[in-house]
Ligand binder design. Structure first.
Ligand code: UDX
Ligand code: UDX
Length: 458
C-alpha cells in the first residue's frame, strides 16, 4: 500500500507508544513506525501483552498494527524511510555534574539527533515530543544542520499533554494540540505538515501554532501550573486538619468560581508521575541560569510542598499509632502514582514505603496493576517488605491500612471483612479521600483522611 506520509517515532514509552498508536488509528494514509533501543519493549508492543497499561489502548493497537502501525528495533531503516521523525526518548533529571538534581539529562536526545544525522539521506522534519528545556531545539538544529551533505532538518516542538490512565481519550479528544516552529517559510511549511496530521481528527481550532520557544516553554508551564494547584490545595489540607475545616468542602467551594475551576484541586498524599517534578525542576534550573532567582524559588516551593505532604502523611500515621510502627504490619493499598496505570514513577508510595520501613514497620504493598514496578522500585529497600496482589490478604493481620492510589476497587472492598481480620485498634489512613469515612468509623475503624478532622474511638 502507498502511504502519503511516513512518520517515525523514536522511543516507544508511555508517550511515544500511545501517541503513535492513535495517529496510526486515525490516519490510515500515514505509515507510522515506532522504534526503540529496548528490544524487549518492542517485542511487547508486537504481542498481546502491551508493555504499558492504558484503558482502550489494546483495541487501538489491534486495529492499526500491521496495517499502518509498526514496531521495530531497526532505528536506522526507520530514519531513512521517514519524512517526519518524532523524538520521544526519555529526558530524566540529571543525576551527575552541573545541574545534577535539576537540569534535564539530554544525552539520549543528543545521541538520537546524531543518529538521525548519520542515517538520513534526504531532508527531514524532526519533532520534539519529549519535554525539553527551552531552547533545546536550537542545539538540536545546530547538530543536525551542521552537515556537509546539504541536508536540511527543520526542528519543531509538539509537546504531549496526555495524562496517564486517560492517554487514549486525551489523544483522541485533546483540549489542544500545540505545534511550534520557526516562523520562516521553511519552518512554516514543516509546521503545516505536522498540523495536517493532527487535523485529520482534531478540530482545526484546537490546533494551536506558535514559535518554537513558546511551544517548549508552554509544556513546562502547563505542568508547573497543574502541579502548583495540587501543592496549593495540599498546603490548605494541613491547615484544615488543624482548624476543623474540610478540604474537600473548601476545594468544592473555591472550584465553583469559574476563574479558579474545579479540576486538579483534589488533596492527596502528594503528586507523582514522571513529569511534574522533573518539569518544575527544569523550569527552576532555567530560571536560575538566567539569574531569575525569585522565579526559581517560587516554583521550587511547589516541589518542596509536595515532599512535605508525603513526609507529613507518614508522621501523621506515626503520631496516631502511639508514636511507633515498629513491628506493626501496615498494608498500602495502591502503589501506582495515580489510578488506571501501572506506572509508579515518582509515586508518593515510594517515599511512604521508605519512611515506614525506616521506622521498622512491616510493610505489605498491594496494587492491581503496579506490583511489578513496585518490586523494582523497592529492590534496594531494607526491611520487612512483601507484595500481595489480593487486598484482603494484604490487610489480614494489619494494624493499619493506607490508601495511596485512588483505584475504584478500593472504594468497594468489604471493609467489614477487612476489619475482622485486622489488629485492634484498626487504623485507616486515606491518602486519597476516596472512602466513606463516617461508615468506616461507625464500623469500628479509626479513620484519618487528608485535610479533614480524624474520626477516632479513643
Ligand atoms: C519520555 C520522557 O520521560 C518525557 O520527558 C517526554 O515528555 C516523553 O518521553 P515516557 O514515554 O514516559 O516519557 O518515557 P519512557 O517510557 O522512559 O520512554 C522512553 C523510551 O525511549 C524508552 O522505551 C527507551 O528505551 C527509549 N529510548 C531511550 C530509545 O529508544 N533510545 C534512546 O537513546 C533512549
Ligand atoms: C501530567 C499532566 O496532567 C499531563 O498533561 C502531562 O502531559 C504529563 O503530566 P500525568 O502525570 O500522567 O499527567 O497525570 P496527572 O493526572 O496529571 O496526575 C499527576 C499526579 O497528580 C498524580 O499523582 C495524581 O494522583 C496527582 N493529582 C492529580 C492529585 O494529587 N490531585 C489532583 O487534583 C490531580
Amino acid at each position: 500500500m502507498d502511504f502519503k506520509t511516513d512518520v517515525l517515532c523514536i522511543g516507544a514509552g508511555y508517550v511515544g507508544g500511545p501517541t503513535m498508536a492513535v495517529i496510526a488509528d486515525r490516519c490510515p494514509h500515514v505509515k507510522v513506525t515506532v522504534v526503540d533501543v529496548n528490544a524487549a519493549r518492542i517485542a511487547a508492543w508486537n504481542s498481546d501483552d502491551l508493555p504499558i497499561y492504558e484503558p482502550g489502548l489494546d483495541e487501538v493497537v489491534r486495529r492499526a498494527r500491521g496495517r499502518n502501525l509498526f514496531f521495530t528495533t531497526d532505528v536506522q531503516a526507520g530514519i531513512k524511510a521517514a519524512d517526519i521523525i518524532f523524538v520521544s526518548v526519555n529526558t530524566p533529571t540529571k543525576t551527575f555534574g552541573e545541574g545534577a538534581g535539576r537540569a534535564a539529562d539530554l544525552q539520549y536526545w543528543e545521541k538520537t539527533a546524531r543518529e538521525i544525522l548519520a542515517c538520513a539521506d534526504r531532508d527531514k522534519i524532526v519533532v520534539e515530543k519529549s519535554t525539553l528545556p527551552v531552547r533545546t531545539a536550537e542545539a538540536m538544529e545546530r547538530i543536525l544542520n551542521n552537515n556537509t551533505r546539504g541536508l536540511r532538518f527543520d526542528v519543531l516542538s509538539n509537546p504531549e499533554f496526555l495524562a496517564e490512565g486517560t492517554a487514549v481519550a486525551d489523544l483522541e479528544n485533546p483540549d489542544r494540540v500545540l505545534v511550534g516552529s520557526h516562523e520562516t517559510p521553511e519552518g512554516l511549511r514543516a509546521r503545516k505538515a505536522v498540523v495536517d496530521i493532527y487535523t485529520t481528527w482534531v478540530p482545526r481550532e484546537r490546533v494551536i501554532e506558535s514559535n518554537l520557544w513558546s511551544s517548549e516553554l508552554t509544556k513546562l508551564t502547563a505542568n508547573a501550573f497543574l502541579a502548583q494547584r495540587i501543592s496549593s490545595i495540599n498546603s490548605i489540607s494541613a491547615l484544615c486538619e488543624r482548624t476543623e475545616a474540610d478540604v474537600d468542602q473548601v476545594a468544592y467551594a473555591i472550584g465553583t468560581d469559574s476563574r479558579i475551576g474545579s479540576r486538579f484541586l483534589k488533596a492527596s498524599v502528594g503528586f507523582g508521575g514522571s513529569c511534574f517534578k522533573k518539569d518544575i525542576l527544569n523550569l527552576v534550573y532555567i530560571a536560575e541560569t538566567y539569574g531569575l532567582h525569585e522565579v526559581a524559588e517560587y516554583w521550587e516551593s511547589v516541589v518542596r510542598m509536595n515532599e512535605w505532604q508525603q513526609t507529613r502523611f507518614v508522621r501523621n500515621m506515626l503520631a496516631n499509632m502511639f508514636n511507633t510502627v515498629a513491628g506493626k504490619r501496615i498494608a498500602l493499598l495502591g502503589f501506582a502514582f495515580k489510578a488506571d496505570t501501572g506506572d509508579t514513577r515518582e509515586s508518593a508510595a515510594i517515599s511512604v514505603t521508605r519512611q515506614l520501613l525506616a521506622d521498622h514497620a512491616r510493610v505489605v504493598i498491594t496494587d492491581p496493576k503496579a506490583l511489578d514496578n513496585a518490586r523494582r522500585d523497592c529492590a534496594g529497600f531494607e526491611g520487612d517488605l512483601t507484595f500481595e496482589p489480593d487486598p484482603y490478604r494484604a490487610a489480614a493481620g494489619a494494624h493499619a491500612i493506607a490508601v495511596l492510589t485512588e483505584w475504584r476497587l478500593y472504594k468497594t472492598l468489604d471493609y467489614g471483612r477487612i476489619l475482622d481480620g485486622m489488629e485492634k485498634p484498626a487504623f485507616i489512613f486515606d491518602g486519597r479521600n476516596i472512602l466513606d469515612h463516617r461508615t468506616l468509623f461507625e464500623m469500628g475503624f479509626n479513620v484519618f483522611p487528608i485535610g479533614k478532622r480524624p474520626l477516632k474511638h479513643f
